[in-house]
Design a protein around this ligand. Structure first.
Ligand SMILES: *Cc1c(COP(=O)(O)O)cnc(C)c1O
Length: 365
């Protein structure tokens, strides 16, 4: 068996110890004689897995007691529609801050349900920055304000939890797509009305969607909203209105336990900062590689970089793959390379990438 260093943006690398544990438990979970995949979601065994996963997620992130954690299906892209269906209530307008391809996609989908106001956009810069909150032009009475906390494709990240009170709009629910930076650092959940994302970047397998929603936002779903996507129904049924993605929840639970054993989110934040600094410092010190994102907004999770000589792109990818460093090709809309360095990527993996990059530069630069 040989495992590579996997820089995939998602589905992404998982901690090896989690995969080993899942392999050990695959055929017979804790003496039940069945795999977690074969369990009724209503069985006591699965209920214990679910309850532990929910409690660990809540503790890691410090989710206050007036927030519900929902485990759903459909991914973050489905939530782009499910959110306006649930949060608009009797309002018409929703405000979106567009900072990259994912928030651009979110506001486009929301137009099926709401009148969308683009409160701010960094598109004219080529999505290299995050517009300052003081410049957001919020509408008079929006149902919510939407952001993407980490733009996985272009590589910009909010390094802070936006406080709408600071711009005089304390009561407004802030909604955040955290697909690709959830659990990467401690955060203040109380700044948000709703946090959501797909699990396959920083939590577990694809197929699981997490939604963390403040209780007062439940119960406003549009009458046409499918029942399985009505947050109130999902919350009332402990995410078991329909069959939840049981195996994905189990793996997510193992990842939460792994995170706790690593020292929780403070420890992850330190490690993630060190990993990102190592990679960005290498890029910035070189005349061979380049990253064009404003330094203050650079993603710690997804590091896009260009080779100044683009004709070397394919040989860079071939040689890095041969060295066991895979999935470094940038998204087609950005080009160049992208290294996704989520929680499960150890600093030794980033060091191996940096060593390869320096050697490649020495040989080809
Ligand atoms: C990956 C990603 C998505 C898409 O998630 P799906 O699970 O494919 O729906 C949406 N938003 C962000 C920020 C992402 O990183």
């Amino acid at each position: 068996m040989s495992r590579v260093l996997n820089f995939s943006a998602g589905p992404a690398a998982l901690p090896e110890s989690v995969l080993r544990r899942a392999a050990e438990e695959m055929l017979d979970w804790h003496g039940t004689g069945v795999s977690v995949m074969e369990m009724s979601h209503r069985s006591a065994a699965f209920q214990s897995i679910y309850t532990q996963a929910e409690a660990d997620f809540r503790e890691l992130l410090g989710v206050p007691s007036n927030y519900r954690i929902l485990f759903m299906q459909g991914g973050a892209i489905a939530e782009n529609a499910i959110i306006p269906m649930n949060l608009l209530g009797d309002k018409r307008v929703a405000d979106y801050v567009v900072t990259g391809s994912w928030s651009a996609k979110s506001q486009k989908e929301a137009r099926k349900f709401a009148e969308v106001n683009i409160a701010a956009s960094s598109e004219s810069t080529g999505f290299t920055t995050i517009p300052a909150m003081e410049q957001w032009q919020l509408s008079a009475d929006p149902a919510y304000v939407f952001i993407c906390s980490n733009e996985t494709i272009v590589g910009v990240e909010y390094g802070f939890d936006p406080d709408l009170a600071k711009i005089g709009r304390a009561g407004l629910p802030l909604v955040a797509d955290m697909s690709s930076n959830i659990l990467s650092r401690p955060m203040d959940v109380s700044r948000y009305g709703l946090i959501f994302g797909g699990a396959q970047k920083n939590i577990g397998p694809a197929g699981l969607t997490f939604v963390i929603v403040r209780e007062d936002l439940l119960g406003k779903a549009h009458q046409d909203c499918p029942s399985a996507f009505d947050y109130k129904l999902v919350a009332e049924n402990e995410s078991m209105y329909n069959t939840p993605p049981t195996y994905a929840i189990y793996i997510a639970g193992l990842v939460f336990q792994w995170l706790r054993a690593q020292g929780g989110l403070e420890a992850m934040a330190e490690r993630n900062a060190a990993k990102a600094a190592l990679l960005y410092d290498t890029i910035d010190a070189s005349g061979f590689y380049e990253n064009r994102i404003d330094r203050a907004c650079r993603s710690r999770m997804n590091v896009p970089f260009l080779l100044r000589d683009e004709s070397l792109n394919s040989v860079f990818l071939e040689e890095s793959a041969a060295a066991g460093l895979v999935q470094l090709k940038g998204h087609k809309s950005v080009g160049g390379m992208r290294a996704s360095i989520y929680n499960a990527m150890p600093i030794t993996g980033v060091q191996a990438l940096v060593d390869f990059m320096l050697d490649f530069e020495k040989r080809k630069g």
